[in-house]
Design a protein around this ligand. Structure first.
Ligand code: SF4
Ligand code: SF4
Length: 89
């Protein structure tokens, strides 16, 4: 199960998580960062690095932030250039 970045990252974006990720599967979006679910190896290294506790394994994402599971998948795929769903251009 991949890890997911949620709402607290918005506006913080200090990239501590990106620095420790061994497979570079964390991508920077406009407001926050996103984890690519197909590339994440579930190592858990990023989770304790986040100063605002924005990172959770997907099964533990708090109820109010469940939408971020899908958001991480969609946004990271677009940012990484892989499998772009419903290309809007
Ligand atoms: S769990 Fe590991 S592989 Fe997945 S985003 Fe975090 S640091 Fe990267
Ligand atoms: S460490 Fe946390 S706040 Fe910083 S960029 Fe990563 S998810 Fe966002």
């Amino acid at each position: 199960m991949p890890y997911v970045i949620t709402e607290p990252c918005i506006g913080v974006k200090d990239k501590s998580c990106m620095t420790v990720c061994p497979v570079d599967c964390i991508y920077e979006g406009e407001d926050m960062l996103y984890i690519h679910p197909d590339e994440c190896i579930d190592c858990g290294l990023c989770e304790p690095e986040c100063p605002v506790t924005a990172i959770f394994v997907d099964s533990d994402v708090p109820q109010q932030w469940r939408d971020y599971v899908e958001k991480n998948a969609i946004e990271s795929r677009q940012l990484s250039g892989s499998t772009i769903p419903m290309e809007a251009k």
